[in-house]
Design a protein around this ligand. Structure first.
Ligand code: BDP
Length: 646
């Protein structure tokens, strides 16, 4: 008896100090086991829908109804006591909507019809077969790492699928766009089949990144020429093999002739030749090809990098098969803290297009900085109509860390991606509040935390590269600043000095009609607006113009003073985040609170480093004082040939 009491006390203590490791993401429903669910016969997806309701629904009776009159497969109608959809997966989405609503304080407008804007809502994992993740900051690959085995591994994959289903994500490209040909070998396809079987009931299709040179690299053909019959047949057979294992396989994602990857140019063929060959192999199975437009340094080498993608693709508009989708990053360069939208979205009128967002924070502090990205993605949608896209891809930030994403707030970016892929008209604000309430409960100082999230991306822009500056990142890891970066052995497009072109006269990349004329790729009114220094928004100023240090901005400050002021403003913002987080302490469990607290200090230190290093360096050109209290490093003038800064 005594022993039992001791044990009881022991467990009671343990449960009060149970680690809150963030593993449960935004899925923190209380187990109630009180609902009575009326549902038709169904498969595994229906079973999951029923189980979720039985366990977590706080009402009594609820009906699940399949109604074939509803058009959109994934859409549903949800009201107080029923969820109705064309399909089982639509019902499951309805269940998660019902449970989300139940978690939120403002659920008065809940209910009605909801259907996704896009039928392809896809995560792109940049996972390598050795378990590492390109630009991954939250541990190893959940798919290819060996840390988890057997049941634990399956459970993890299932949790992954459930989290995705809860926000409507319905596709996963499992491997890196810099793809190893080995992914197409029997050994790997068998393990991909296992993954597909686990995630299928949650409505998630598997896609793979493929290396264009695969048949040759694996030793089956002498060439990878897309017009060669042996090559075409190899792909047809390979695709058939994949579908025999995974009947609902989604298709391929391809990075070709970019950053050293093989592609159709190697054989004098076009992107369309390459994409169409794969599309033809996939078409009988209803598979698709997502062909990336992230290309530079191939055909248009030497040209302003941000112009190259469109120049490579514009003549191919209308030449792609119906099951090819051109996938382009939101900006024309590479996931910078701020870029103008990529003009390729304006120009490819007869080609299906998808936008690629980067959820993993390669250029926004990785998993160390609190940067909520929904505001960036909404900015994109303020220029590019959601109607011109057929799908959305997000480069995942998921790894095998217990909390999935590294920084507790990075989970919000995964969440926001799913919600926006479902409905791009949702506001960043609403999504932030949904996430906060579900992740931290309703007692937290939600409005202050919400403000912190909503201003965090702008803060990051301010302390890293304000006023349209871009790619000032340290080589290779892309974490800290290296505005003086130049290596003769690297392509010039990897060197920060190519992008800011600071000299004694001023700073910025002249992409106006007097410069590289990148502005000409934009539709009006943006073309004229960006072209004219007077009308170009400050946010994009140094993206499009080389501006004198003494140039007077609209607010009356000189460019130099404004630049300095913004770096300081960014730092002040992070200080204010720390204050908000201090106030949140009573409402957040110790583990997550401390983790964020420590990371905010890292973020502040990094922000200061960005300011000191960057302003210290630019000051060698501006030769002007920094009006603020400055303790930056002092810089020797750089020795890069002035030609690079023309
Ligand atoms: C860049 C990354 C690089 C990726 C590349 C891509 O630095 O690791 O392979 O994009 O998107 O942002 O292909």
């Amino acid at each position: 008896m005594k022993k039992t009491i001791l044990l009881f006390i022991f467990f009671a203590i343990c449960s009060t100090i149970t680690a809150e490791d963030g593993h449960n993401l935004w899925l923190r429903y209380e187990t109630l086991n009180k609902a009575h669910v009326i549902a038709p016969q169904g498969g595994k997806t229906m079973q999951i829908a029923i189980e979720e309701l039985k366990k977590y629904w706080n009402g009594k009776d609820i009906k699940l109804v399949i109604d074939k009159r509803l058009k959109n497969d994934d859409g549903f109608i949800y009201d107080a006591d029923s969820i109705c959809s064309h399909s089982e997966i639509g019902l499951l989405y309805g269940v998660y909507e019902a449970l989300r609503t139940q978690q939120l304080s403002t659920n008065s407008n809940a209910g009605g019809y909801s259907a996704p804007k896009y039928s392809r809502r896809i995560l792109n994992h940049w996972d390598n077969l050795d378990g590492s993740i390109e630009r991954g900051y939250a541990g190893k690959s959940i798919f290819f790492s060996s840390k988890l085995k057997g049941y634990d591994w399956e459970k993890r994959i299932m949790e992954y699928a459930r989290a995705n289903a809860s926000i409507g994500i319905n596709g996963s490209v499992l491997n890196n766009v810099n793809a190893s040909p080995k992914i197409l070998t029997k050994e790997y396809l068998d393990s991909i089949k296992n993954i597909a079987d686990i995630i299928r009931p949650y409505g998630i299709k598997v896609y793979l990144s493929v290396n264009f040179g695969s048949p040759m690299a694996l030793g089956y053909t002498k060439t990878a020429d897309p017009l060669d019959v042996t090559v075409r047949n190899w792909w047809i057979n390979k695709v058939n093999e994949i579908y025999s294992l995974i009947p609902d396989f989604g298709g391929f994602l391809v990075k070709a002739n970019s950053e050293g990857q093989p592609g159709p140019f190697d054989y004098g063929r076009t992107h369309a030749d390459g994409a169409n060959m794969l599309a033809d192999a996939l078409a009988p199975h209803k598979g698709i090809v997502m062909w990336r437009s992230f290309v530079y340094g191939a055909k248009h080498k030497g040209e302003d990098r941000v112009k190259q993608a469109l120049n490579e693709f514009k003549d191919l508009d209308g030449k792609f098969r119906n099951n090819v989708i051109l996938q382009s990053k939101n900006g024309p360069l590479d996931f910078q803290p701020r870029e103008p939208y990529a003009p390729i979205f304006d120009n490819m009128k007869h080609t299906k297009q998808m936008a690629e967002f980067q959820i993993t924070q390669e250029y926004t502090g990785q998993s160390k900085h609190l940067v909520y990205l929904a505001t960036m993605w909404k900015e994109f949608f303020s220029f590019v109509s959601p109607d011109c896209l057929v799908g959305i891809a997000g480069v995942s930030n998921i790894g095998d860390d217990t909390n999935w994403c590294g920084h507790p707030f990075s989970q919000a970016n995964w969440y926001a991606f799913g919600r926006l892929a479902w409905d791009p008209s949702l506001s960043a604000d609403l999504i932030a509040h949904e996430w906060i309430q579900q992740t931290f409960g309703q007692n937290i100082n939600e409005y202050a935390i919400g403000d912190m999230m909503l201003t965090s991306r702008e803060a990051c822009v301010d302390y890293m590269m304000p006023l349209g500056l871009h790619h000032l990142f340290a080589f290779d890891h892309h974490y800290g600043p290296q505005p003086d970066g130049y290596k003769a052995e690297y392509p010039i497009e990897w060197c920060p000095v190519y992008y800011h072109k600071a000299d004694k006269n001023g700073i910025g990349f002249d992409r106006s009609s007097k410069g590289t004329n990148a502005v000409s790729q934009y539709r009006e009114p943006y073309r004229s607006m960006f072209d004219n220094l007077q009308t170009c928004p400050d946010e994009y100023l140094l993206w499009f113009h080389h501006v004198p240090w003494d140039y007077k901005l609209r607010n009356g400050d000189t460019l130099w003073d404004e630049l300095c002021g913004l770096y300081y403003r960014g730092i002040e913002q992070v200080v204010s985040f720390q204050k908000i987080w201090q106030d949140a302490q009573p409402y957040v469990d110790e583990e997550r609170w401390s983790k964020v607290n420590v990371l905010l200090q890292v973020q502040l230190d990094n922000a200061k480093e960005w300011r000191n290093y960057t302003l210290g360096y630019f000051q060698t050109f501006s030769k002007q004082p920094i009006k603020y209290d400055f303790t930056g490093v002092s810089f020797m003038p750089i020795s890069v040939s002035s030609k690079l800064r023309q």
